[in-house]
Each structure stands twice: as structure tokens, then as C-alpha cells.
Design a protein around this ligand. Sequence first.
Ligand SMILES: [Zn+2]
Ligand SMILES: [Zn+2]
Length: 392
Amino acid sequence: MNIFEKVKEVEEYIINCRRDLHQIPEIGLDLPQTSTYVASQLKDMGIGIKEGVGVSGVVGLIKGKQDGKTIALRADMDGLAIKEETGLPFASTNGNMHACGHDGHTAILLGVAKVLSENKDKIKGNVKLIFQPAEEGPGGAKPMIEEGALENPKVDAILGLHIGSLIEGEKHGLVMVSYGNMMACLDSFRVKLVGKGCHGAYPETGVDPITMAGYFLTNLQTIVSREISPTDPSVVTVGKILGGTAYNIIPGSVEIEGTVRAVDQNVREKIAKRIENIARGISETMRGSYEFDYTFGYPPLVNDENFTKAFVESAKHIIPKEDIMVMKKPVMGGEDMAYFLREVPGTFFFLNNPKAIDGKFYPHHNSKFDINEAMLSRGAALIIQAALDYLG
Ligand SMILES: [Zn+2]
Ligand SMILES: [Zn+2]
């Protein structure tokens, strides 16, 4: 089949879906309006669906004419708690905003579903459509996997994309791929350094957690600089520190919160362990104690090399090869597509399509963020070509 022609036929449909979804952004795991919209579109196409997978995820299944492998295609559906200021005629007015382009992902996958469901006779195997909530937190992929999204039939490979401008300054329409580690984990930690409060003029009567915090922060920064190889990207950031009430009081404790990013699972586990070791060491040395919580959030996102190579070959049928870029470095942002890619081989790719508002480009999660709708059909064509090639 001529994928260009088929996608051209649904281009208007994709853009309309995007605009409909853009007006009803919802956040988190519960997306009643959005998931109902998606479900009703799929039902209209005659696609069998399961709703309420991982609270409000929707799973559709397109069975081909012949038996074969199963490929899953994934889109995230959630928005952000941002008041939109784009001034677009279809701007959101409900207080939330699709400021990360997930409305575009969902619309692209609906367009893909429309083309594939109308061409079932050309499909060998199955296409599973996974529409997930809560990518922006607390994470929708994990609960969907736990509720069987990758089973019945068992998924053999998975493909997903992110649109917008996650890597600034790259060419419009550019497809960015990575053959391995592509995005970092997204972890958080909390350390409470406990001392003994007292008068600021009589430090010998207490145990000072502020001084403890000073040593802790200094030591913390030696994890990345002295204990991790410079060729393994990792970040330890303290974003919050709370302690004390007045200039002449030594407080009872100091609380510190931060985030850890790493693209390698072993590095990630090492950092988590070392943060606690340092908290224990410093607090013991300085006569105090500590509390430690570490939350392993989204894992590092790792693409499958062979699947990605095949994806690039498929992409060359759709776009000029100058429009495909192999990323030289991973990005330190996180993505819960990583959970799917931990279960089955596949690829997550970026499609660059930012759009200016009043002559200026705004980043993701900004109240004036926008995407170029003319590129949505490119995303759909890339996914259809790769899915059909994979199924063979
Ligand atoms: Zn986002
Ligand atoms: Zn996003």
C-alpha cells in the first residue's frame, strides 16, 4: 500500500483529533474525558478495545488477516497543570494544558489506527494500540504493564515517539534516534539530618545539623565527580534544603531533597547507595543521626539496537535520510516509555516539530508551547511503515 497516500487521507482527521484533545487536557492517571474520546474513536473504527487499564489507559487490538507477531504502538495522553497562554483558537480553558505535545501523540496514534484498521488485509500479525495516562507523573506505563497491556496477545516489540523540541535548535521535521541509552532515570531522594537543637551561643550543648548539612552537600557532589566514570552521564541535584527558624537557634534537624539522573542502571543503584552512605557517615561522625528515603522513579530509557536499526531503514522509505539523526549523547530527562522498553525490545524516537507563538519558540511545559501540526502526518507515516515492515 502507498503509505503516503493513506496518511494524506487521514491528515485532516489527525489534526482535528489533536485540536479536540487540546481543549480537554487532563492530568495524572485519571483522564475521564480524554480516554472516553480515544475509546469512542477506536470503537468507530471497529477496533476491539479494553478500557480502564491502569486507571484510564486504553488498549486497542487490530488483528491482521494472517497470524504473526504483535507490535505495540504507544502514545501518552496526559497534559499538565499549566494555564495556557498561546491564544490559539482551540486553546484550553479548563486550567490544564497540553504543554508537552501528548495531544499530538494521541492524535498521531489515532490516525495510525485509522489507516491500519482500514487495511487489516495487508497486516500479518497484530497491532496493539496503547494509550497511556500519567506520563508526566505518577506514571501510567507501569500500572498498564501490571494489568496485562503487553499480554494477550503477547507483545514482541514496541514503538513510540515524542514530538516537540526536546533537543533545542535541531532542524524542523528531524527524526532523532538512539541505538541504546537514550534518556535518564528519574529518581528522587530525601535526607533528614538529625542533631539536637540548642542556643546559638552554646553550641556545645547541642548537635548542629546545619554544619552537618554543609559537609553532606559537599560530599554529595563528589559522588559524580570522584566515584562515577566521566563517560557515564549522571546528575545529583539538591533542589530543596530546609532547616532553622532564627539566626541564634541551632535547629533540631535539616531536611534535604534532590533528584538523581543516570542513563545506566548500575550507576543509578550505586548513586542511591552512596547518598545513604554519606548521610550515615557524616551524621555519625558529627554525633547526629539520619533518615533516608530514595524513590526509584522511571528507569533509564534504553532502545533495542536491532529494532532501532530496522526502524531507521523503514524511516528512509518515508523521509530523506538527511532528516534522520543518530543522537550522539543521551538526554538527562526521563520518560516512562522506559518501563515498556524494559519488558520488550523497541524504540522511542523524537520528531522535532516546534511551532512559534508570536514569532518566538517556547520550550516544553511552557504556557506558550506549541507544535507544528503539519508534521503530525510524518509521525503517523513513520510508525505505520515501521510497524508493517516489522510484521513483515
Ligand atoms: Zn513533558
Ligand atoms: Zn512529554
